[in-house]
Design a protein around this ligand. Structure first.
Ligand code: SAM
Length: 234
């Protein structure tokens, strides 16, 4: 008789089902060797010093894989994990329990415009992995990019490891339209890519904006912001 795992169907996802989420996680952890190095490379693209207490938002955080890597790269970070699956957030809390006060989980739906108020902010960094494509259509995803932009501090970055329906180029353009000074793809294979968007600027003069666009590795220093070089490398 075939095992339950062999019968497990990935699509359609049922993120609100405890049984489905448990099976999905059991399957997902077997991809750690492939996924974690990509996430680590993605985080290394953020220009924050390791010892700074940066504020991070993990969008569609699931059971906390990206947040776990954020803490390895920036142990003093404060992270808000956002998701609309209570089971996922419970699993994240369990997994990251020793992080105590450095962690907050927020249950809300990215398609509900009030989600930005629920997560708080502003943040130095927003991260996301294999989450936003779940929204199903580009209009919803692009609206989410604008929402994420609004949640960042000046100088903030957004890093996204995901599938990009319609192609990476459209998503890079949408990120620029959302207001990011610069958006680039730092890794791509047929199904998945890593996009880096930032820095967010307050209201740059055209000349300053041109300079920032030319030098993504030199983000502007911002008073009251912990943004510094070098990047988040563990
Ligand atoms: C494939 S999992 C990825 C989880 C985690 N980021 C990771 O890399 O392991 C996708 C996550 O997106 C969440 N999600 C999907 N649609 C959502 C929505 N409309 N609002 C909030 N979260 C959503 C799901 O609950 C799920 O936890």
């Amino acid at each position: 008789m075939p095992s339950r795992r062999a019968n497990f169907r990935i699509f359609p996802h049922d993120w609100h089902s405890t049984a489905y989420v448990s099976e999905w996680i059991a399957r997902d952890v077997t991809r750690d060797d492939e996924r974690r190095p990509e996430i680590q490379r993605m985080l290394a693209a953020a220009p924050f010093a390791r010892d700074l207490p940066i504020y991070v938002l993990d969008v569609g955080a699931g059971y906390g894989v990206v947040t776990e890597e954020v803490f390895k790269a920036a142990p003093k970070a404060h992270v808000v994990l956002q998701d609309y699956s209570q089971t996922m957030l419970d699993r994240a809390r369990e997994r990251l329990r020793r992080r105590g006060k450095h962690l907050r989980t927020v249950l809300c739906d990215l398609t509900d415009p009030s989600w930005t108020k629920k997560v708080g902010g502003p943040f130095d960094l927003a991260v996301s992995a294999i989450a936003l494509h779940n929204l199903g259509d580009r209009t919803k995803i692009f609206s989410c990019y604008r929402a994420i932009y609004s949640l960042l501090k000046p100088g903030g970055y957004f890093l996204d490891y995901d599938r990009f329906p319609g192609g990476v180029a459209r998503h890079l353009a949408a990120l620029r339209d959302a207001g990011f000074t610069r958006a680039e793809c730092i890794s791509e294979n047929p199904s998945i890519a890593v996009l880096v968007a930032g820095p967010k600027t307050a209201d740059p003069l055209p000349a300053a904006k041109a300079k920032l666009t030319a030098r993504v590795d030199s983000p502007p220093a911002h008073r009251n912001s912990p943004i510094r070089k070098p990047s988040l490398r563990s």
